[in-house]
Design a protein around this ligand. Structure first.
Ligand code: ADP
Ligand code: MG
Length: 235
């Protein structure tokens, strides 16, 4: 489903990813952990095709060409919730925009689209605020809106970069239930998180990063609190 072979990435002269080799299977929920600056966001940006590797290969769905692939991928970047404070667009319109990026062009929404957006609003407990402007919502609600925008296009691959940072526990619980629901539909999920409980409860695969490299890849049972400390300890 996702394969990275000897992937390297640099910002100017800063090495951000070094010799990354990685496989993620279909319907897997893979979690990426590691301290700040270890390369987690860079890695998910490379997987999405936003950053092209300096060397190495990224193969998704057995293909290397991103032009068609983009429609199958939804990405919720890190800290999306703070940039749109002044953007005069409603919750419902924002979620619908997820369809535009999948189609690659804008056209009027169909009845079916409107039905789908209502279902998503309901599922994310956002029905009551659907006509409000995004900037008027709490951080947790905003994050849920962006997850709704990612889900409406029914992606085969859903990538989330620290989706639970700054959100309340109710939103967090809702998010995890939603991810489990997506998994049942065979969606592959890659999530960057520091949340050790999420890792233990939900992850199929844990990818531990440090200094732009993968330290270990293990399953949730093997991922002990000790290992968590090892990764996060500063040397
Ligand atoms: P993480 O998500 O694990 O906190 P990042 O992938 O954001 O880490 O960053 C990895 C490294 O690359 C860090 O040293 C960071 O400072 C650097 N970096 C990230 N984005 C940029 C950028 N746009 N320009 C230059 N350096 C960057
Ligand atoms: Mg990051």
């Amino acid at each position: 489903m996702i394969e990275l072979i000897d992937v390297n990435f640099e910002f100017q002269d800063k090495v951000a990813l070094k010799d990354i080799n990685l496989k993620i299977d279909r319907s897997e929920l893979a979690v990426i952990v590691g301290p700040n600056g270890s390369g987690k966001s860079t890695l998910v940006n490379v997987i999405c095709g936003i950053y092209a590797p300096v060397s190495g290969k990224v193969v998704l769905f057995d293909r290397e060409d991103y032009s068609e692939l983009r429609k199958k991928i939804s990405f919720v970047p890190q800290k999306v919730s703070s940039f749109n404070q002044l953007f005069p667009i409603s919750v419902k319109e924002t979620i619908l925009l997820g369809l535009v990026s999948k189609r690659g062009y804008f056209r009027s929404y169909t009845k079916e689209d409107m039905k789908k957006v209502d279902e998503i609003l309901e599922m994310l407990a956002l029905s009551e605020v659907k006509d409000k402007q995004l900037g008027k919502l709490s951080g947790g609600q905003q994050q849920r809106v962006f997850i709704g925008k990612a889900l409406i296009s029914e992606p085969e691959l859903l990538i989330l970069d620290e989706p639970t940072v700054g959100i309340d526990s109710k939103s967090e619980e809702l998010l995890y239930q939603l991810l489990l629901n997506e998994k049942k539909k065979n969606t592959t999920i890659v999530m960057v998180t520091h949340d050790i409980f999420a890792i233990k409860d939900y992850a199929d695969k844990v990818i531990c990063m440090k200094d732009g490299q993968i330290l270990t890849i293990c399953n949730a049972q093997e991922f002990s609190t000790q290992k968590y400390k090892e990764i996060y300890v500063n040397d």
